[in-house]
Ligand binder design. Structure first.
Ligand code: TRP
Length: 461
């Protein structure tokens, strides 16, 4: 339905929280039917609610294959609790064996928020990276880099610009004629961020997962589309049984794939490509492979949908050997946003809406005391009708950030709904937990501050 479309704007200060509509409209997959190793509280509580191709990453993890995690930080303001959620997820993937790259989006921050590169660097190091060790990231297994000093990222973003156009930017981001081109370039750099870990110099072909808030999904849609457009081999479910493979002829590969400029087909070349595909696929254990070079297709009748990823990776490896980029579409996960303390969107530029990781206990306490509450307006009413934990910020913050005991959380949830716990009492419970959390975090931060440089990639030193 045109006109009834939801638009996600990654630069907006408001945020749609109509998550089931977001899942439907943008084709995200629900987390419900995945089984996760060692789920974190964000998984157990449904805060991470959707994904794209996370199964690809989990499969690699399960079978001892490599996988990477990439995220980015916008160096424009102070680091707050909301930002820590992504780091929690990065940590979870890191503990499962993923290698971690973190982009400092200093080019984006400069272009879209007017923060100089120098200032961006300072903010990134003192506000963000300094908190990472305290939040549990391993400096030896994490590489932080700057967009401005990693030319491979910029080059990739530039090169891949060829695979998209202004119409696509209009439909994804709603850009118009008057849109500043910095807003066109920033997503292309982000495409470079997301795809470059697959380059040989950065670890090579492997699944890469990008944990983000749903506001960043437009960038993922763009990146996944672009990656798919570069692929030389298409893989899809066959109409009959099995998986169907076809060639994607492009300027870069036409000659190699036997498509001559005069429109003729070089049958020898086509045959040799098809032989390569068959021989590579037989390494995966398929004995029955129907190769039909004339028709330009190969069918693997015994392959299932689940096998598609291993076939895809095999063919991307082949594409690389033949000179193509061999890019795998990134996987992603999406988390719900914690509401701001005031009930509006959490934002560094509105200090009352959030708790900064270096807030002192006093101002943190004051903020929670003033927080938006799901209680009734009088004690009598509250006892009678009960409160609503779903909109109570103090409860929500315990669930998102501070309370790690699920049983205790569900106890106070029902006690609040029953009216046994009053709104002020809920706030006090939150303040107590938050105080422990913040004290612990700030102590750890002081102890680990000297590790900042160890998080930096070589080109970031
Ligand atoms: N655009 C992101 C933000 O506004 C920052 C970012 C840059 C990023 N590159 C990324 C996030 C790659 C995830 C992946 O916060």
């Amino acid at each position: 339905m045109v006109g009834d479309e939801l638009n996600i704007d990654p630069w907006s200060s408001t945020q749609s929280t109509d998550y089931s509509r977001i899942i439907d409209q943008f084709g995200l997959s629900s987390m419900a039917n995945l089984s996760l190793p060692n789920p974190s509280h964000l998984h157990r509580r449904g805060i991470i609610f959707a994904h794209r191709d996370l199964d690809v990453v989990l499969e690699a993890q399960k079978t001892g294959g490599q996988f990477g995690v990439l995220t980015g930080l916008m160096p424009s303001g102070r680091m707050h609790l909301g930002h820590s959620m992504v780091i929690e997820q990065v940590k979870w993937f890191q503990n499962l064996g993923g290698d971690v790259s973190i982009a400092v989006a200093d080019l984006e921050s400069q272009a879209t928020r007017g923060v100089s590169l120098e200032k961006g660097r300072k903010i990134a190091l003192s506000e963000y990276v300094a908190n990472y060790a305290a939040l549990g990231l391993d400096p030896n297994l994490t590489k932080v880099y700057f967009q401005s000093s990693r030319s491979d990222v910029q080059r990739l973003g530039f090169q891949l610009g060829k695979r998209t156009n202004l119409n696509e930017f209009e439909s994804i981001y709603g850009f118009k004629g008057e849109t500043n081109l910095a807003h066109v370039q920033a997503p292309m750099v982000q495409v470079g961020d997301i795809l470059h870990p697959q380059l040989e110099e950065y670890g090579g072909l492997r699944p890469i997962v990008v944990p983000v808030g749903v506001d960043q999904d437009p960038h993922l849609r763009l990146t996944r589309g672009i990656a798919a457009k570069t692929n030389w081999f298409n893989i899809k479910e066959n109409n009959g049984p099995g998986v169907l493979i076809g060639l994607s002829v492009q300027d870069e590969n036409a000659d190699l794939l036997g498509q001559q400029p005069n429109g003729r087909i070089d049958k020898k070349k086509v045959a040799s490509i098809f032989d390569m595909i068959v021989s590579d696929l037989s390494e995966l254990g398929y004995s029955d492979i129907n190769s039909n070079p004339k028709q330009g297709t190969i069918v693997v009748p015994s392959a299932t949908t689940r096998d598609m990823i291993s076939i895809r990776i095999k063919l991307l490896q082949l594409e690389r050997r033949l000179g193509g980029m061999g890019l795998l579409a990134p996987s992603s996960t999406y988390h719900h946003f914690a509401v701001g303390l005031t009930g509006e969107k959490m934002s560094s530029s509105k200090p009352k809406t959030t708790i900064f990781l270096d807030d002192d206990i006093n101002s943190m306490t004051k903020k929670i005391k003033k927080a938006y509450s799901g209680g009734q307006s009088t004690i009598e009413e509250h006892r009678r009708l009960g409160g609503n934990p779903d909109i109570d910020v103090a409860y929500q913050y315990m669930m998102y950030f501070f309370e790690h005991d699920d049983n205790y959380l569900s106890e106070i949830n029902s006690a609040y709904r029953n009216g046994k716990i009053l709104a002020g009492e809920m706030k006090q419970l939150c303040i107590d937990k938050a105080t422990d959390w913040m004290k612990n975090h700030q102590e750890l931060r002081a102890q680990t501050e000297h590790l900042v440089d160890e998080f930096l990639a070589e080109d970031a030193l």
